[in-house]
Design a binder for this molecule. Structure first.
Ligand code: SAM
Length: 188
């Protein structure tokens, strides 16, 4: 059966992440992706997680604690647009953005194209060869429609000599299924 965007995103990440890698969860939310990443990189690796909501930080901290993964994580109550100032000269194997708003939470707190693209530029600069950045984009809300258009326009222009960019989406489903973008850095 064809996979949902969320399931496929984890397969695409799992295929490249190894123990000891440095990775980023740009939108922690309830910590599902953060935990997934922390389990893959193990205690020798590291996950940097970002979110602007205290609830997201609290939920993700609890989730990692319960699964003995907190040690390999730095969880930050700050926007992903600051990722460059946190990573400095570190390189990353992977990053994931799950855009939009946190279900069952304040639907006014959403990601925006300008900050998403700022973060993406900083992460692309630090992406290792064969590393991957995933964006899951929802356009069922007004801001999401603008964000999707701008993000797709930005990633479509990435030079094909350096990056492969995949867009995976069901196009005959009701209720605005998300788009999955996967950017892979080619070998130099
Ligand atoms: N991946 C998450 C999970 O597993 O539960 C769900 C993420 S949810 C769809 C989007 C999250 O992005 C929300 O928790 C929201 O607070 C967060 N967010 C909004 N603007 C942000 C920003 N500038 N930087 C980081 N996170 C942001």
């Amino acid at each position: 059966m064809l996979k949902t965007s969320l399931r496929y995103s984890h397969e695409l990440l799992e295929a490249v992440i190894e123990e000891g890698d440095i990775v980023v969860d740009a939108t922690m939310g309830n910590g599902n992706d953060t935990l997934f990443l922390a389990e893959r990189v193990g205690k020798k690796g590291h996950v940097y997680g970002f979110d602007v909501q205290e609830q997201a930080l609290a939920n993700t901290t609890k989730r990692l604690e319960e699964n003995d993964c907190l040690e390999q994580a730095t969880l930050l109550l700050q926007g992903h647009e600051t990722v460059g100032s946190i990573l400095l000269d570190k390189t990353i194997k992977a990053a994931v953005f799950n855009l939009g708003y946190l279900p069952k939470s304040d639907k006014h707190v959403v990601t925006h194209e300008a900050t998403t693209i700022t973060a993406l530029i900083a992460l692309l600069d630090r992406l290792e060869e064969k590393g991957r950045i995933i964006l899951v984009i929802y356009d069922g809300h007004d801001e999401g429609k603008i964000e999707k258009k701008e993000v797709l326009s930005f990633v479509s222009e990435l030079p094909q000599e350096k990056f492969s960019v995949l867009n995976y989406q069901f196009i005959n489903q009701r209720n605005n299924p998300p788009s999955l973008i996967c950017i892979e850095r080619k070998k130099d």
